[in-house]
Unconditional design. Structure first.
Length: 145
């Protein structure tokens, strides 16, 4: 039995079988496999008090995520592992990405690595890096005579 994917309108998607071609071509041409098998979506926000980074990491545990801050670069890396039981009489279709990832963010100088905080809630990793005092905006009062 052959399964053919339909798009949202119920039409056949004949080019679906070619979606992995880029990955196979990269591997054939010597591209690196392993790091960046998947890339979690990230948001970086600069606020008055600091920088806030959020990454989607559903299903990962404390052992799966590593955060380093060195030379003003925050690096978040990890690995999503999947466990497959064997399927003897049928097929397996997996869309969820797996493997290692690494994301790096260059930040302004002066951030104290001891003040960096990280937590995970509902599959979202939140990293907070407070701004150094010299980077925080200063309010200057205006005197009217």
């Amino acid at each position: 039995m052959t399964l053919v994917r339909l798009n949202d309108c119920g039409q056949l998607v004949p080019w679906r079988r070619f979606t992995g071609l880029g990955r196979e071509l990269e591997q054939f041409l010597g591209g690196a496999r392993g790091v960046a098998d998947w890339r979690p979506a990230a948001d970086l926000v600069e606020a008055e008090d600091g920088y806030h980074i959020e990454l989607d990491v559903p299903g990962l545990t404390e052992k799966d995520v590593h955060i380093e801050f060195e030379d003003d670069v925050l690096t978040i890396s990890g690995e999503r592992k999947t466990e497959h039981e064997s399927v003897e009489d049928g097929y397996r279709y997996v869309e969820r990405s797996q493997g290692r990832f690494e994301r790096s963010f260059r930040l302004p100088q002066g951030i104290d690595a001891e003040q960096v905080k990280a937590s995970v809630e509902r599959g979202v990793l939140r990293v907070t890096l407070p701004k150094p005092e010299k980077l925080k905006p200063k309010q200057i009062p205006v005197n009217f005579n």
